[in-house]
Ligand binder design. Structure first.
Ligand code: PMP
Length: 393
């Protein structure tokens, strides 16, 4: 049977990582893979997580099974950061742990399908795995344009998609730090989206993978909260892999907001059985470490400082690139200062991206996406000069 399988195209980003690793040039720049990097180009374990892991090792007395919902202390400890003071919205929200934000997105889409959703509206471009998950679950995709050429969000496109949605449609939105464009909706735009969702009665699926890496923890989640305040029900996928630096430990959470508290048990039981059939239970370690951080004021303070340091560093890189707008006309680098998170999309041609790699050892995704955290004081000027070189004429 297995000989029936056709070879799949290799993941383009993984191929890029390999090419970068094999490049002997010393001053090569990696803007491909989507992880945070310090000024030294490292992706270290957070200090707060290291301490939490030590506590975990000292205190953990069993590794016996939990359940499909994972570490409920972890999902509960995160809730005030996501949902605010009334973290359950009057008993209408419950969460479960998932293998990364990917697991949470997968569960959200599968649960929506189980509830009767057949099509999901999605802004494009998006994180490539969104389309892959939707296709794998068997969901139709209705794309709409996410960003305009001037580097802001295409509000008309998302509002049109919501207003024209059928009752069995859902809408997938990035909570903050849009991947790959960095273009987020403003507070005023989120308010309009929230009321359009409420008027149309369309189920929102909110994907939050970079909380705290844009403008601040509260600022980054304000749009999600505006939606939740306006609509009767929603699904929220959350990743701790970036904002706690836990990437390979696969730490995510999935929250369900029901119209009425008494509907929640039935909804959660469906998510539980879907999780059971997919991965049975999420990996424990990373979620337990996050719980230790969030249940200890000193460690929470340390984590908040680390998050602030990361966010401010990325803002400085964005500002430096924006200041070079005149040096590289046509790329609208100025817009980068207004955008958020790890990513930005540069309107470069395939040839220009290849020239950056071949002539300047600058590695970036074929879509023109760059990871701004791959830049620092030691390589940003070189990157700007390389951009000027490949775009001139
Ligand atoms: N959603 C978006 C928009 C993402 O960019 C990512 C990570 N690349 C995820 C979800 C999933 O993150 P992870 O599974 O690594 O937690």
């Amino acid at each position: 049977m297995l000989e029936n399988l056709q070879a799949q195209a290799p993941d383009a980003l993984l191929a890029l990582i390999k090419m970068h690793a094999e490049d002997p040039r010393e001053n090569k720049i990696d803007l491909g893979v989507g992880v945070y990097r310090t000024n030294d180009g490292a992706t270290p374990v957070f200090r707060s997580i290291k301490e939490a892991e030590q506590k975990l090792i000292d205190e953990q007395d069993s590794k016996s099974y939990l359940g499909p919902e994972g570490d409920t202390g972890f999902t509960a400890a995160l809730m005030p950061f996501i949902f605010g003071e009334d973290a359950t919205m009057g008993g209408r929200i419950e969460g479960m742990q998932t293998p990364g934000g990917t697991g949470a997105v997968r569960l959200a889409v599968a649960l929506a399908q189980q509830a009767g959703v057949t099509r999901i509206h999605m802004g494009t471009p998006s994180w490539p795995n969104h389309a892959q998950i939707l296709a794998d679950v068997g969901m139709d995709i209705a794309p709409f344009n996410h960003a305009t050429k001037d580097g802001s969000a295409d509000l008309d496109a998302v509002l049109d998609a919501i207003r024209n949605a059928k009752p069995t449609d859902a809408v997938l939105l990035h909570g903050c730090c849009h991947n790959p464009t960095g273009v987020d909706y403003t507070t005023g735009e989120w308010d309009k989206i929230a009321s359009a969702l409420a008027d149309a009665g369309v189920l929102p699926i909110l994907d939050v993978a970079y909380h705290g890496l844009g403008q601040g923890l509260d600022e980054d989640i304000a749009g999600v909260r505006a939606v939740l305040a306006a609509v009767p029900e929603a699904l929220i996928a959350y990743s701790c892999d970036k904002n706690f630096g836990l990437y390979r430990d696969r730490v995510g959470a999935f929250y369900m907001m029901a119209k009425e508290p008494n509907q929640l048990d039935a909804i959660v039981s469906n998510a539980n059985s879907l999780a059971r059939a997919n991965w049975s239970m999420p990996p424990d370690h990373g979620g337990a470490a996050v719980r230790h951080v969030l249940c200890d004021d000193t460690l929470t303070g340390e984590w908040l400082d680390e998050l602030t340091e990361m966010r401010e560093r990325m803002r400085r890189v964005r500002e430096r690139l924006a200041a070079a707008d005149n040096e590289v006309p046509g790329l609208n680098l100025a817009a980068l200062a207004e955008q958020n998170g790890l990513f930005a999309m540069l309107p470069l041609t395939k040839d220009q991206i290849a020239k950056l790699r071949e002539d300047h050892a600058v590695y970036m995704a074929g879509s023109g996406r760059i990871n701004v955290a791959g830049l620092h004081a030691g390589n940003t000027d070189k990157f700007i000069a390389a951009l000027a070189d490949v775009t001139q004429g």
